[in-house]
Design a protein around this ligand. Structure first.
Ligand SMILES: Nc1ncnc2c1ncn2[C@@H]1O[C@H](COP(=O)(O)OP(=O)(O)OP(=O)(O)O)[C@@H](O)[C@H]1O
Length: 290
């Protein structure tokens, strides 16, 4: 029995954490630092959104959490497994049994010549062979609300139903962690809300940890917690619509963008403790409140 098998017995959702995660893409003649020290903590069974501008490193982070490739430096824990140190076999097993990655665009997650039912059955193959206790494909499809569409050709499905089929495929091996790259980006509002609600219901009912990338403010507002990636690092967190700056484990505090425009490099600031235990930030030049 592997470490993952033990984890499954105690919890459905997997805890995810990263420590000073760095990823550098190397191509001929140049290097791109996509992630430059990400410290992240997502509890077992949480549903969180990754936000941030284009090129911030969100998809890279998702791929590292999925064990698609290994980080240049730092650590990634998915459940009890530290991915950067895991053997290839352990990573294969993790991807087949415990971590599902939904790529952007429903079609990239589905075999086009299979029905939704056949897609789900196919997606369960390895996990079933390994002895994992899985629901029948019909039940998986019912879980995302695709019953009448189960045996229809994909070409007859609406974009929303295709995305629900992709969600069913991702959930077919009953993973402990669902990673989704922009799962609602190509959908109109009704279909978007339906996909999001079904995802939230699976998170609630099965306890699966969900991490999804989004650019959509409405999706972000729906999620209990969001993490903003900026310049390859955690730039802030949102809780129920409120934005917070997050102190890093080594004591750094990334300034929110609108404040960064005010506080130029080299500005001296002071933290002033108030009677109620909160702090104000004082800018030293002229002593103006920041
Ligand atoms: N295979 C690659 N080779 C070289 N550079 C890459 C590769 N993939 C991504 N990058 C670069 O790494 C940085 C982070 O890219 P990433 O796709 O992770 O960002 P993102 O936040 O997901 O962006 P988007 O929202 O546009 O998808 C960018 O500068 C990007 O150009």
């Amino acid at each position: 029995m592997t470490d993952l098998g033990t984890a499954r017995a105690t919890a459905t959702g997997l805890r995810v954490s990263t420590q000073r995660l760095v990823h550098i893409y190397r191509s001929e003649g140049h290097e791109v630092a996509a992630l430059s020290g990400v410290d992240l903590e997502v509890g077992a069974g949480e549903m969180v959104g990754l936000l941030g501008p284009s090129g911030a490193g969100k998809s890279t982070l998702l791929s590292l959490l999925a064990g698609v490739f290994r980080p240049s430096a730092g650590k990634v824990f998915v459940g009890p497994v530290e991915l950067s140190a895991a053997r290839d076999r352990q990573l294969d097993e993790l991807r087949a049994l415990e971590v599902s990655l939904m790529l952007q665009g429903a079609g990239r997650n589905l075999l086009p010549y299979f029905t939704p039912l056949e897609n789900v059955r196919f997606a369960q193959g390895v996990a079933r062979q390994s002895g994992k206790d899985l629901p029948e494909p019909e039940e998986v499809l019912a879980g995302v609300g695709l019953v009448a569409e189960a045996e229809r050709p994909l070409s007859e499905l609406s974009p929303g139903h295709l995305q629900l089929a992709a969600l069913a495929v991702a959930m077919a091996p009953r993973p402990g962690l669902l990673l989704a790259d922009e799962p609602t980006s190509q959908l109109e509002h009704r279909a978007r809300d339906l996909v999001l609600e079904r995802m939230a219901a699976l998170n609630r009912e099965l306890g699966t940890t969900v991490v999804l990338v989004t650019h959509d403010p409405d999706v972000a507002a729906f999620l209990p917690r969001t993490i903003t990636i900026r310049d390859g690092r955690v730039g802030g967190e949102g809780r129920s619509g409120e934005e917070y700056a997050v102190v890093t484990p080594d004591g750094f505090l990334p300034l929110p963008l609108h404040v960064r425009d005010e506080l130029l490099p080299g500005t001296l600031v002071r933290f002033h403790l108030l009677e109620d235990g909160s702090y104000t930030l004082l800018r030293e030049e002229g002593g103006t409140d920041a």
